[in-house]
Design a binder for this molecule. Structure first.
Ligand code: S2G
Ligand code: ZN
Length: 467
């Protein structure tokens, strides 16, 4: 239970702002809304509040400034770095009731979303308008647009469509000082000074609340087709990437290891893509526009076989087969969750990935000879997900403590490769200590000054990203 109790006066002022039933103090709500998908801290919020308008959000922020109450934004709570954790008596602000889609414009190809719109809700809405919202990932059925924006969510289509940042045409935010800002107003072109949208996109709720967003949509892709190719060693994946992306406009280029495949085959009931066992697997997706495109894809596949980069492969012939092949990649995260994985989400420039992975692999195998290591990720973006699985007999605390030792070596490699300690999952609580491996002291000092401008009392998601 929270050891920080909001005064009766504050509770009644909150109820006056959002309504009697939109302030929750019950143990179940505190437990549910006080955490995200990380399993490291215990949820311990003081209360949960559910605003329904930007004015209510602004009133909550002003009240929090007056009483110096820490605020934690809460969307789908699917974060993996602790960005939505409320472990120290904070007031959680949930956007569940700000989930309306409005103001669709077919000419602008934009639509306005409340921060609480579920990602999948926007994807479906776009489809209904004959358009497409392309940012996609395994948690899109429960993540919210506000959280996607605050963490600049990436996912499995970044190679073609970029990250959430590329799809935000306008943003309404309430700053930590309680100021409402309407940023960019949906403009395609606007070179009128600093673009402050970009501070709130990926800001992880440390500068203010994302309250609603005007999102760009695009044309729907045609006849998406998936190839899964078995490769003998990691370097081969880069030959495959170069061969295919030089001729085809890929919409995805993912990878996963044989062990990742075994886990989803053994525990998610999926079929192997083909009998051949390979060290790694590449999953490619492209728009199969014509028979010529399909013939070209087969020609490129043959070329990769001749080069020895590919041992075996399969191409989807139907939407069902396409979906089943995608599940081999997308089900990994959920499948391995049962082993309480120690997760790292790192990146470097694409061309450096083989050297980077081999160096990380040798450090990990040397330090964890007895732990199962699962590799997967978005190779087309230079983004690797390294997951170390907890042995059943080992306690979580001991396991995380032992895994923590490798971070020094792992992030020294990241630093040497001028990579990022967090490619797409954000910094939150879990990656904060490692920020200096990819941000200079000067950059971190400037980030603190920016925080001071937008959140002078430090009430916005304190302890996340920066101390
Ligand atoms: C992925 C999902 C979260 C995880 O599958 O690409 O970003 O398990 C991940 O790392
Ligand atoms: Zn990912």
């Amino acid at each position: 239970m929270s050891d920080v109790v909001l005064s009766d006066a504050v509770i009644s002022q909150l109820k006056a702002i959002v309504g009697e039933d939109k302030v929750r103090l019950d143990a179940e709500s505190l437990e549910t809304f006080g955490k995200d998908w990380t399993k490291v801290h215990e949820p311990n919020p003081a209360a949960i509040v559910f605003p329904r308008s930007v004015e209510e959000v602004q009133a909550i922020v002003k009240l929090a400034n007056e009483h110096e109450i820490a605020l934690v934004p809460s969307g789908g709570r699917t974060g993996l770095s602790g960005g939505a954790m409320a472990a120290n008596g904070e007031l959680v602000v949930s956007f569940d009731y700000m989930n309306q889609i409005s103001e669709f414009n077919a000419i602008d190809r934009t639509v306005k979303c409340g921060a609480g719109v579920i990602t999948e809700q926007l994807q479906t809405y776009a489809e209904e308008q004959g358009l497409f919202y392309p940012v996609d990932f395994a948690s899109s059925g429960s993540s919210q647009i506000g959280g996607n924006i605050s963490t600049n969510a990436g996912g499995i289509k970044v190679i073609k469509y970029g990250m959430t940042r590329d799809w935000v045409a306008g943003l309404t935010v309430v700053t930590g000082a309680g100021e409402i800002l309407e940023l960019n107003h949906g403009l395609k072109k606007n070179n009128s000074g600093y673009d402050m949208r970009q501070l709130f996109i990926g800001g992880e709720g440390t500068l203010g609340f994302v309250v609603d967003a005007t999102m760009n949509l695009t044309r729907a892709p045609h006849n998406l087709t998936v190839l899964v190719l078995g490769v003998p060693e990691f370097e081969a994946i880069m030959g495959v990437l170069n061969t295919f992306q030089s001729e085809l406009d890929l919409t995805a280029f993912e990878f996963f290891s044989e062990r990742a495949l075994q886990k989803v085959v053994d525990h998610a009931g999926l079929q192997r893509p083909f009998e051949t066992e390979a060290e790694y697997y590449a999953l490619l997706e492209f728009e199969n526009e014509s028979e010529a495109t399909e013939a070209l894809a087969m020609e490129l596949f043959e070329k990769c076989m001749e080069e020895g980069w590919v041992l075996d492969g399969t191409m989807s012939q139907s939407i069902e087969q396409q979906q089943n092949l995608w599940r081999l990649r997308e089900d990994i995260s959920e499948t391995i969750a049962q082993w309480t994985p120690y997760k790292n989400d790192v990146s470097t420039v694409i061309s450096k990935v083989p050297g980077f992975l081999n160096e990380v692999e040798s450090v990990v195998v040397e330090n964890y000879p007895d732990f199962e290591v699962v590799w997967y990720g978005h190779i087309g973006d230079g983004n690797l997900h390294l997951n170390i699985l907890k042995p059943d007999a080992m306690a979580k605390e001991e396991f995380f403590e032992r895994c923590g030792h490798v971070n020094k070596w792992l992030f020294e490699i990241v630093e040497r490769y001028k990579g990022s300690v967090s490619a797409e999952h954000g910094v939150g609580l879990l990656k904060k200590a490692y920020l200096p491996y990819c941000k200079s002291e000067g950059e971190i000092a400037l980030m603190r000054q920016i925080k001071q401008i937008f959140d002078p009392k430090g009430i916005m998601n304190p302890g996340k990203v920066l101390d």
